[in-house]
Ligand binder design. Structure first.
Ligand SMILES: NC(=O)c1ccc[n+]([C@@H]2O[C@H](COP(=O)([O-])OP(=O)(O)OC[C@H]3O[C@@H](n4cnc5c(N)ncnc54)[C@H](OP(=O)(O)O)[C@@H]3O)[C@@H](O)[C@H]2O)c1
Length: 268
């Protein structure tokens, strides 16, 4: 896909991987609609985009509110005359034993990580079809490929969005709309500020800029997936396919330490 001057709706654009993707896309003179709840960080990213020759429009809204996904799509369409690319990047996490999570924390993850991107995509499909060369990018997680203890709800949402994307890619095959699924590994963003899990727990961190570079390359190449996370995570994903019980045993050895390290991990 040629991303030059494409109209792109990017959610969660004010920080982390979203902000890094926005800046990477600015180099292609893309026309970006930046969505998120807080206006200020979105305006800061918009100003950086304009400095780099991109065009930017900010939409401050909570994507979990009924009607908000359709409103975000309408804003992009009205401002730039269409939508060529939807990037479902906004996401949240709350780690911890399932029975210790508040009901509201379970529902908040499902609402933002699963329901919102499905409704955003549903609202965007007519515009993506009209584009003639449309693209949906869903940001899942390595945890969507390998379920990690203490992330059961997050894992459900990230596996869910990945499977949603695969089904939709086939549903839209031959109709001018492609779907790319991105599986970042641990990435140094505000989402991870409250996690103490490091390499000793199998989390190899990389920068949001490196993830963004890989995602934009995947968009340009028409890739089906972009998988990050380093060699250790990659080996564990392979082992999980071949011998999931072996992964159970490996993780059991580190379970207590991991539980402690992620006890406060929340970005809600
Ligand atoms: N960082 C990692 O290690 C990692 C690993 C795998 C996958 N991922 C995935 O990568 C994506 C980006 O995460 P990140 O690490 O860049 O996290 P981040 O810095 O916390 O960014 C999340 C963004 O989503 C926005 N957001 C949160 N709640 C929202 C809501 N209700 N409505 C609209 N926007 C909302 C936030 O802005 P506001 O607060 O202003 O709304 C923020 O800009 C997520 O889907 C995440 O699950 C991250």
């Amino acid at each position: 896909m040629d991303l030059q001057e494409r109209s792109i709706l990017l959610t969660g654009a004010g920080s982390g991987i979203g902000a890094a993707m926005a800046l990477e896309l600015a180099a292609r003179a893309a026309r970006l609609t930046l969505a998120g709840r807080r206006r200020e960080p979105l305006e800061e990213v918009a100003a950086m985009l304009r400095e780099r020759g991109g065009q930017a429009h900010v939409v401050a809204l909570d994507l979990t509110v009924p009607g908000a996904p359709a409103a975000a799509v309408a804003a992009a369409q009205d401002h730039f005359g269409g939508v060529d690319v939807l990037i479902n990047n906004a996401g949240n996490v709350r780690a911890g034993r399932l029975e210790t999570l508040d009901e509201s924390e379970v529902l908040a993850q499902i609402a933002l990580n699963l329901t919102a991107p499905i409704l955003l995509t549903r609202a965007a499909i007519p515009a993506l079809r009209a584009s003639g060369d449309g693209l949906v990018v869903n940001v899942s997680s390595g945890i969507g490929l390998i379920g990690m203890p203490f992330y059961s709800t997050y894992a459900a949402t990230k596996a869910g969005i990945a499977h949603f994307g695969e089904a939709l890619r086939r549903e839209l095959y031959g109709e001018g709309v492609h779907v790319l699924t991105v599986y970042p590994g641990a990435t140094s963003t505000p989402m991870m500020d409250s996690s103490q899990a490091g390499t000793e727990h199998g989390f190899e961190y990389e920068s949001p800029e490196d993830v963004a570079t890989a995602v934009v390359a995947g968009m340009e190449q028409g890739a089906l997936t972009v998988v990050r996370g380093g060699a250790t995570r990659s080996a564990m994903i392979t082992l999980n396919r071949e011998d999931p019980a072996a992964v159970d045993r490996t993780l059991f050895a580190r379970k207590a330490a991991l539980e402690e390290a992620v006890a406060e991990h929340s970005s809600i």
